[in-house]
Design a protein around this ligand. Structure first.
Ligand code: CP
Ligand code: NVA
Length: 303
């Protein structure tokens, strides 16, 4: 049966560990070259992208396959053509579909109606590839994820959701420090809390960033206004100001605490340039690892 990656919830702890191992092999060049000969990936983008587009496309090329970029004006999911019909058509021509959409429902429907694997490359709800790239990066820097604490400072958004769903399965504690009213989705939080108790890890939501980072092994940043929330940018800039990741906040954390960001970053807003470029930042390592983890995902699902 075909397998999709719509959410981290589609992966068991063992499958995540296997993806990390395969990604390290990809990165060291032991695997991957020519692994997907003549395979085609359709990439649906309703939103802009630098990292996701380039890493999926380069990844397919490196494995001997090909990727087709379909921008917002091409398919027009749900207006020019229904999501099920787009899925049915694409399944007749390509070997896999990657999709970045506004509505999470669109990716779920693509997975339901496509007969080829579907990979979620960010929806308003989750961003599983980013969370996996983060896990890989931390593993690279710390060798073992068990017992580490990730503190996400900012909006309880799509990236936070995928991190909180992955953390228990890799043995990490997860803390969200956000302003009141910007907590993660209730349903996803409940799932994350349930997983944390199943795997014996911590799950916390707090409104005090300074206290939250004290035990952090890594602090995670993302933009305050996500794609699709542009009109809220001014109000969010005010509300989130106390949540900026800057030198003062980092001084509250343990020495050796890492800082990362899914990127793109708005320097001077959610993170200062000094911290993003500083010695504790692993954000660009994580960006690089998008390539390696996604090659592992593509090979597992399409190989
Ligand atoms: N982090 C991330 O997904 O970047 P892009 O939006 O540039 O793809
Ligand atoms: N939360 C951000 C992540 C960008 C990669 C957004 O959805 O815009």
């Amino acid at each position: 049966m075909k397998k999709d990656l719509v959410s981290i919830s589609d992966l068991s702890a063992q499958e995540i560990a296997d993806l990390f191992e395969l990604a390290f092999e990809m990165k060291s060049g032991k695997q991957g070259g020519g692994a997907l000969p003549n395979k085609t990936l359709a990439m649906i983008f309703e939103k802009p992208s630098l990292r996701t587009r380039v890493t999926f496309e380069a990844g397919m090329t490196q494995m001997g396959g090909h990727a087709i970029y379909l921008g917002p004006k091409d398919i027009q999911l749900g207006t020019r053509e229904s999501v099920p019909d787009a899925a049915r058509n694409l399944s007749r021509w390509v070997d896999g579909i990657m999709a970045r959409t506004f509505s999470h429902q669109s990716v779920m429907e693509l997975a339901q109606y496509a007969t080829v694997p579907v990979i979620n490359a960010l929806t308003d709800r989750v961003h599983p590839c980013q969370a996996l790239a983060f896990g890989l990066t931390m593993l690279e820097h710390r060798s073992n994820l068990k017992g580490l604490r990730v503190v996400f400072v900012g909006d309880g958004n799509n990236v936070a959701h995928s991190l909180m769903l992955m953390a228990p399965k890799v043995g990490m504690d997860f803390v969200l420090a956000c302003p009141k009213g910007y907590e993660s989705d209730e349903q996803i939080s409940a799932e994350a809390r349930r997983l944390a108790s199943e795997y014996g890890t911590a799950f916390e939501i707090t409104h005090d960033p300074r206290q939250a980072v004290r035990l952090a092994d890594v602090i995670y940043a993302d933009v305050w206004a996500s794609m699709g929330q542009e009109e809220e940018r001014a109000i969010r800039a005010e509300v989130f100001q106390p949540y900026q990741i800057n030198r003062e906040l980092l001084e509250e954390a343990k020495g050796g605490c890492f800082v990362t960001h899914c990127l793109p970053a708005h320097r001077g807003e959610e993170i200062t340039g000094e911290v993003l470029d500083g010695p504790q930042s692993i954000a660009f390592d994580e960006a690089e690892n998008r390539l390696h983890i996604q090659k592992a995902i593509l090979l597992r699902l399409m190989g």
